[in-house]
Design a protein around this ligand. Structure first.
Ligand SMILES: Nc1ncnc2c1ncn2[C@@H]1O[C@H](COP(=O)(O)OP(=O)(O)OP(=O)(O)O)[C@@H](O)[C@H]1O
Ligand SMILES: [Mg+2]
Length: 272
C-alpha cells in the first residue's frame, strides 16, 4: 500500500524575529478554517514559542519527549485553534540538552499521511537544529523583511535547503511599511530567484495578539485586520486555491461587523 503524505513545508528565514512563528500559526489556522487537515510542528526546539502564540497551556508531552524516544508522536499531538493539530516543543532546558533533532524528519513522516499540510516552524540562523527543520520538509517557504541584510541571510538558507534536498517554493515579505528604501518585490524575486508569495504589512494587531490576557493569533482574534488578510492570501497561494475563496470568510465577517456597528450606533444614547 502506498501512503500519500501531506505536504511538509518548513517556514524558515535566516534572520531571527522576522515573523516565522507568526506566519506558521496564522497560515495553519487559515488552512484549517478551509477544512484542510493541518499539523503544526514547533521545530524551534530550543526557543519554543509556537504553543504560546497559539494560546495553549504548557503541554505534558512534547516533541522533546518524542525525539529522545520516550513518547510516541501521537501522544505529543494536541488540538489547537480551528481544529488544527500541533506538536509543541518542550520549554525545559534540561530536556532540550538530550534532544537529537536528526530524528525530526522520521517523526514528521510517521504522521504525514494523516494531514493535508504539515507546517514546521524553524529556528533562526543556520545551525544544526535549523538544518534538521529544513531537511525534514519537502518544501521550504522563506520569509524575510524587505531589507538587504535579511534578504542576504535568507539567500543562505535557500542555498542550504537546496543542498539538503528540499525545494524552496517562495518568499513571504513581512513588516512591509511602504517606506522609501524598502526593497521591492521585483528585486527580491531577482535576488532570490523565487516567486513572492505575498507581503504582510506591519500591523500592530499582530503584536497585540501576544499582549492580550488570552493570547489568540490574529487570524482568530482580528481576521479582518490587514496582516490577517495578507496571510489568508498567502494560504490560498500555498494551497493553490483562488484567493477569493479564502477571503469569502472575511466578507461575511466584514458584513456582520458592519451590521453590529450599525446596531450599536442605533442603540447609542443621544448626546446632550
Ligand atoms: N506583520 C507584523 N506586524 C507587526 N508585528 C509583527 C508582524 N509579524 C510579526 N510581528 C511581531 O514580531 C515579533 C517576532 O515575530 P515572530 O516571533 O513570529 O518571529 P520569528 O521569526 O518566529 O522569531 P524567531 O526567529 O525568534 O523565532 C512578534 O512580537 C510578532 O508579534
Ligand atoms: Mg519563531
Amino acid at each position: 500500500m502506498v501512503l500519500v503524505l501531506g505536504r511538509i513545508i518548513t517556514v524558515a528565514s535566516g534572520k531571527g524575529g522576522v515573523g516565522k512563528t507568526t506566519l506558521v500559526a496564522n497560515l495553519g489556522i487559515a488552512l484549517a478554517q478551509k477544512n484542510f487537515k493541518v499539523l503544526l510542528v514547533d521545530a524551534d526546539i530550543a526557543m519554543a514559542n509556537l504553543s504560546l502564540l497559539l494560546g495553549m497551556q504548557a503541554s505534558p508531552i512534547t516533541l522533546h519527549d518524542v525525539l529522545v524516544g520516550e513518547s510516541s508522536v501521537e501522544d505529543a499531538i494536541y488540538e489547537g485553534p480551528a481544529g488544527l493539530n500541533f506538536i509543541p516543543s518542550g520549554l525545559s532546558l534540561e530536556s532540550y540538552r538530550r534532544v537529537d533533532t536528526e530524528r525530526l524528519e522520521s517523526v514528521v513522516r510517521e504522521v504525514a499521511s494523516q494531514y493535508d499540510f504539515i507546517l514546521l516552524d524553524a529556528p533562526p540562523g543556520i545551525e544544526k537544529n535549523v538544518m534538521s527543520a529544513l531537511a525534514a520538509a519537502d518544501e521550504i517557504l522563506l520569509i524575510t523583511i524587505p531589507t538587504s541584510p535579511s534578504i542576504a541571510d535568507v539567500l543562505k538558507t535557500k542555498i542550504v535547503s537546496q543542498r539538503l534536498g528540499s525545494s524552496p517554493i517562495g518568499i513571504v515579505v513581512n513588516f512591509r511599511m511602504g517606506e522609501k528604501g524598502e526593497i521591492k518585490d521585483d528585486d527580491i524575486m531577482k535576488m532570490l530567484e523565487l516567486p513572492v508569495y505575498g507581503n504582510i504589512p506591519f500591523d500592530l494587531e499582530v503584536r497585540r495578539s501576544f499582549m492580550q490576557q488570552n493570547v489568540q493569533p490574529v487570524m482568530v482574534r482580528k481576521p479582518t485586520t490587514p496582516a490577517a488578510i495578507a496571510m489568508r492570501k498567502i494560504a490560498a497561494k500555498v494551497a493553490g486555491i483562488k484567493a477569493h475563496e479564502f477571503l469569502a470568510e472575511e466578507k461575511k465577517q466584514g458584513f456582520l461587523s458592519r451590521l453590529l456597528a450599525m446596531f450599536k450606533r442605533g442603540k447609542k444614547k443621544p448626546s446632550k
